[in-house]
Structures are given as C-alpha cells and as structure tokens.
Design a protein around this ligand. Structure first.
Ligand SMILES: Nc1ncnc2c1ncn2[C@@H]1O[C@H](COP(=O)(O)OP(=O)(O)OP(=O)(O)O)[C@@H](O)[C@H]1O
Ligand SMILES: Nc1ccn([C@H]2C[C@H](O)[C@@H](COP(=O)(O)O)O2)c(=O)n1
Length: 649
C-alpha cells in the first residue's frame, strides 16, 4: 500500500491559489458541449473526475481542446450529442455520471455507462425513474437502481417529471441540465426534502449563463421554458473549489494562521463558501474579499464545541468532523445522511478513522457525535478511495501529531496537488538531526543543544542499547532477527528526565557498558529491528522541536529534518574521550581495546545494508577533534540560529 507520512505541525500560515471547482468545471463542460458556439473555459480543474468528463465528451463527438494554463476550448454541438453509439467509463465521477445519464437519455442513441466498483454501489434509481417517466428507455446492466446502465433510443419528451430530492441533489441537477434538449416546456417536481440546495443553485446559475432561465417555486418546482436552447456565453471563469478551500481555512483556524485562499470569495456561487461561516461559529477569525477568504485561530486559541445542521455543506462538513478534534468539548454534526452514498460511506469511514486518533465517536444514521481526546494519537489513516478522507485527515498533524495517509493518490479525484500545497502552508515541528560515529560527542552536544533551545531530545542509540540489554536478559542471540524484533516491538521503555527505565529498572548506566555497546551495534544491522524502532523514534518529535542523535536521524528517521549535522572526530580523539568517560565512572578499560572496539563498531555501522552511517550531502560537518564540548555546542546553535534568521528574513 502506498502511503504518505506527514509530520506533526507547529502551525499553518500562508497564501495559496485554489484549484478550479469540480462542480463548476464538470457542469460548465457539459453545458458548453450542448450549447451553440465555442466556449472558452478558464481555470478548469485538472483532476480525475474532470478527465472522465472530457473523455466522455470526446467520445460523444464534442471537440474539447485543453491548454496547459487551465484553459479549455469547447466547440458546442448545439443540441443532443451527434455520436449515437458510445461506451463510456466514468470512474467514480458522480458529477459526470448523473448529468450524462440524463443528457444521453435525450440524445436518441445507444449508450453504455459504467464506472469503478464504488460507482456501481451509488444509487441512481431515482434519476432513472424520473427519466423513464418522460419516455426514456434505460436498462440496468447490473443491480436494479445502480450503474452500470444501457441507454436506448427512447421517446423522452419532457412535460412533467418527478424526482426525489432527499438522496442526491445531483439527480435534480442532471434533469435540469438535460431537459432543455427536449425543446418542450418541462416541469420538475421534487419529491421529499431537497438536500444540498446550494449545489442546485450552482446548476441554475450556470444554466442562466448559458442562456436558459429556469423558473423556480421554492425548492419544490422548477420550470424549463419551451424552446430553451443553450448558447455559449463566450468565456467563462471557473471559481476556485470552495470544498477544497475548507481544508486550508480549517488549517488557519486550527494552526494559528492566517491562511488565505484565493479563487473564492464573497461573490462565490458555491454553497461550500458557507463553511467559512461555520468556522466563524466555532470562534475562528474569518475575513473575506471579492476573491479570497482568510482564516485565523480564535482569540483564545481553541475552537468552540459545536452542534450544527450541515445539510447545506455536505462536502465541506467533513472538514468540520476533523475540526471537532480541536474543539473545547463534544461536537455534533447533524443532517449528513447523504455522506453514506458518496465516494464511500463517509459516516462509517469518518467514525472509524477519528477513533484511530483517539476520539470517542457515536455514529448515528445521519449524524456524528465526536468527543475530542485530551491528546491526539498518531495513526495510519485509511482513505477508502475517497479524496476528502485523505485531505481531512492531513489536518490532524496540526494537533502536534504525526499521521500516515494510506493511498494518498486518491486526492487526484479533485486536487492532485493537495499535499504539495498543504506543505506550502504547513510549519512542521523542527528537527535538528545529529549523526556521527561512536564517541564523537554527538550525545553530549545534542543534549546540550536541546536544553539550550528548550526542545525535546532523542538518544536513538539508547533504543538499540536497550534492545541489546533486553536480548541479554532474555538470553536471545543478537543474530536471531525474529526474536530480537519481537523484543524491540514490545520494549517497555520510559525516558524520565535524564533516566532510562526498562520496565521498572533504571538502566541508564547499565546500557553504556561494553556488552550493550557491542550488542547494540549487532542488533542494529537487523532490518526488522530498525523498522520496529522507527515509529518509536518519530514519536519524540513534538512541539516546540526535537534534537535527535544517532546514525540515521537525517537519512532515514527524520529525512525532512530542517537542520542536519555530521559530528565526528579522529578515532584517536574518540578513543581518548571514551576512555576518560569510563575512567570517570570507575569502569576499567584500555585505550588500545577501546580504539579497536570503536573501529569495528564504526565499520559495522557504516557497512550495513540498511541505514548505514554516512555523511549526507545536506549535513553540516562538525569536526570536533580539536574542539571543546562548548565550542561544538556553540557551533551547532549558531548555525541553526543563522539559518532560522535567514528563513524569517
Ligand atoms: N568536543 C569534545 N571535546 C572533548 N570531549 C568531548 C567532546 N565532545 C564530547 N566529548 C566527550 O566525549 C565523551 C563521549 O561523548 P558522547 O557520549 O556524547 O559521544 P557519542 O557520540 O554520543 O557516543 P555514542 O555513539 O557511543 O553514544 C563524553 O564524555 C563527552 O563529554
Ligand atoms: N540511529 C542509530 C543509533 C544507534 N545505532 C546503533 C549503532 C551503535 O553501534 C549502537 C549504539 O549507539 P550509540 O549509543 O553508540 O549512539 O546503536 C544505529 O544503528 N542507529
């Protein structure tokens, strides 16, 4: 399984340009295709769902020319599609599948529409029923009520059509966009309460831009006038995606901010801009311009607990489920039953994954009740082939908590560049990685640098020494990888101030003895032991920062460390330092033996296949043979501070 590890963050701030709205992109493409004249669509979203729509339109005889800058020129066919036979694969793109079903039912041809397995689990029966009512001929090729579909030439002709509004507003959208093809006056009556109304508002707004004005009586009855024909508006700009904006606005509210998104603003036609209002209700500071929105943390720092009906912003509401983890009390998200028929059953998926990071969650038929944990827990998040799950859970990192996002490429559905853009506003908890050979002084220097900065300190070598000690205690051979790995996974270790406890035993000095030194370098060559200690080491990364020392801090465990050093000294100097260190502790050793032992450990550490000791190209060399401890500490601190100053400047 492909995955992406995201580090814990100190905060978020910055400005970004949003990708185009998926809803507007796919609606615009279809309307431009059915219209008379050429439409130049600017800032079209570049994503999987839009690709599916473009492929379908090409197969149906519509010329669409896409340019690198996000412009797409569509030569409209001025009515039903000219190609009368086609087999269309629409992936998991609901915004392509539903409207095309309706438009093809009125195009008088033989068509087959299919998608990925999940698309075949998403209901379409209510739309098909509406189309059958007006004379369309549609056949289910799999399960009744679900894709795939075969559409045959029918007599679809308008008049009166009824459609349910309480499962997906896309059914109504599909009928609205397709029915002008009949040329007759058609009335659509919504049965049941219409959900996600803002999405229908987008449809009506875009239809009007293409010259078709729909008369609306509340949200129950819509009349398409006789003789309605789509006419190209010439040029059309796609707004930034308001649902995608929600992750960044939430990041600003949860991570200090300000975070500004460009591409949507107070005149947006997308309902999800109202996510900003919801955030404001949680106490976030929101500012809005014509084409931007900005969010910062509440005055008191913490978001307020909430109980909200979120029917009007079903997609952006998912972001609030993660925001609930940052609230000052339990939160309720109500009226979100539509989540169950989206890319996955989002109610179930969200509940499962929120629990993984420590929340207590009650999952109702149409609500979630979320009790935030006192402290978030690192977890590997499953994303269910749902782009929004992946994007939402990236925000957990703002709780000083690392997360692993499984199958991160699912964001390609709507926002292929998401993680790159997220990284551009993220402020990771900084790491100073100090690697080097034995007895070079890296432990002494790292501990002092950490104390000076008030950061956390990781002595990664101690973990390998502890594994060696556990192996000695359990009489396990250092070469028995399976047994040693099991010990490494279960290691009952606690770091308490300057003391190290294994179980209840204080082993701070014991692990420095020679048998543990040699054992540590032997167990450290075992790949599964290194893997077993990987997350344990990464858990030391906490605000305000971490100084980590060892052999592979900069190369493997904290590859993204902001500051990397390679601290070394001649083997002679190191042997003398170790000799003095042992003498001071009253431990007998000869300089000759220590020198040999250091050399063989260095060779083993440098020669092993996994995570060998080496100086990285991006690590600053600290050659300490003729430096005092104080000089080495000052060198590291000055280097870090100089770079911090450059970054701020
Ligand atoms: N620049 C230095 N000059 C002189 N002595 C030093 C210097 N740096 C460290 N020392 C001393 O060398 C000894 C070994 O240092 P330390 O234990 O920090 O090394 P290390 O690289 O962490 O070793 P190991 O990898 O075995 O854990 C300590 O007693 C320390 O005080
Ligand atoms: N990141 C690390 C840290 C240590 N080791 C190995 C190599 C050493 O021989 C042994 C003990 O380390 P020390 O306490 O001397 O720093 O553990 C490693 O492979 N990777």
């Amino acid at each position: 399984m492909d995955f992406l590890d995201l580090p814990p963050l100190l905060g978020a701030r910055g400005t970004l340009r949003l990708p185009g709205s998926k809803s507007i992109s796919n609606r615009s493409l279809l309307l431009a295709a059915l219209a008379e004249g050429e439409t130049v669509i600017r800032d079209l979203l570049d994503s999987d769902d839009v690709d599916r729509m473009l492929e379908a339109l090409a197969a149906l005889g519509v010329e669409c020319a896409r340019e690198a800058d996000g412009t797409c020129r569509v030569r409209g066919v001025a009515g039903p599609f000219p190609v009368k036979q086609a087999d269309l694969f629409l992936g998991n793109a609901g915004t392509a599948f539903r409207p095309l079903t309706a438009a093809l039912a009125l195009s008088g041809g033989e068509y087959r529409l299919s998608g990925v397995a999940r698309m075949h689990e998403r209901p379409i029966g209510d739309l098909v029923d509406g189309l059958l009512e007006i004379g369309a001929d549609i056949e289910y090729l799999g399960n009744e009520g679900y894709p795939p579909l075969a559409i045959h030439p029918g007599q679809a002709a308008g008049a009166l059509v009824r459609v349910r509004g309480d499962v997906s507003s896309q059914f109504l959208t599909a009928l609205l966009m397709a029915l002008p093809l009949s040329g007759r006056e058609t009335v659509i009556e919504v049965v049941g309460e219409l959900i996600s109304r803002p999405y229908v508002a987008i449809t009506l707004d875009l239809m009007a831009r293409f010259g078709v004005e729909v008369a609306r009586e509340g949200w129950r009855r819509f009349t398409i006038p006789a003789g309605a024909r789509y006419m190209s508006p010439g040029e059309l700009f796609v707004e930034g995606d308001a649902s995608s904006a929600s992750y960044f606005l939430a990041a600003g509210a949860m991570g200090g901010g300000p975070v500004r998104v460009e591409g949507v603003g107070r005149h947006s036609i997308q309902g999800d801009v109202r996510f900003a209002e919801a955030l404001a209700q949680l106490g976030a500071c929101i500012d809005m311009g014509d084409n931007w929105i900005e969010a910062s943390a509440p005055e008191g720092g913490r978001l307020k607990a909430f109980d909200l009906d979120l029917n009007h912003i079903p997609d952006a509401a998912m972001t609030l489920a993660v925001a609930a983890l940052f609230a000052d009390g339990p939160c309720r998200l109500r009226n979100i039953a539509s989540w169950r028929v989206k890319e996955t059953d989002r109610l179930a998926a969200m509940a499962i994954e929120l629990r993984k990071v420590g929340a207590t969650v009650e999952e109702g038929a149409d609500y979630l009740y979320i009790v935030p944990p006192a402290r978030l827990r690192p977890a590997a998040i499953d994303t269910y082939d749902d782009h929004r799950m992946a994007m939402c859970f990236s925000l957990v990192t703002l709780g000083d908590c690392r997360v692993r996002i499984n199958d991160p490429k699912c964001v390609n559905k709507t926002f292929p560049e998401y993680f790159r853009v997220f990284a551009s506003i993220a402020q990771p908890v900084p790491v100073i990685a100090i690697d080097g050979p034995s007895a070079s002084g890296k432990g002494t220097v790292a501990a002092r640098v950490a104390a000076e900065l008030g950061w956390h300190y990781l002595d990664s070598g101690a973990l390998y020494r502890l594994v060696a000690l556990a192996a000695i205690g359990e009489d396990v051979s250092f070469d028995d990888e399976t047994e040693v790995e099991a010990l490494a996974r279960e290691l009952p270790v606690r770091f308490e101030h300057a003391r190290i406890l294994l179980g209840d035993e204080d082993v701070t000095d014991r692990i420095r003895e020679e048998d543990c030194s040699i054992g540590a370098s032997r167990v450290a060559v075992l790949p599964s032991v290194r893997a077993a200690l990987f997350d344990r080491q990464r858990d030391f990364r906490r605000a305000p920062g971490l100084v980590a020392e060892g052999r592979d801090m900069g190369s493997v465990v904290f590859v993204d460390a902001a500051y990397k050093f390679f601290l070394t000294a001649s083997v002679e100097a190191r042997a003398q330092r170790r000799h003095k260190q042992l003498m001071d502790k009253g431990i007998a050793a000869t300089l000759h033996d220590l020198r040999n032992d250091l050399q063989s450990r260095d060779e083993r550490d440098a020669a092993r296949v996994v995570a060998p000791l080496r100086q990285l190209a991006d690590a600053v060399l600290v050659e300490t043979t003729s430096m005092t401890v104080e000089e080495a500490v000052s060198f590291v601190l000055e280097n870090v501070r100089a770079r911090q100053a450059r970054e701020v400047g």
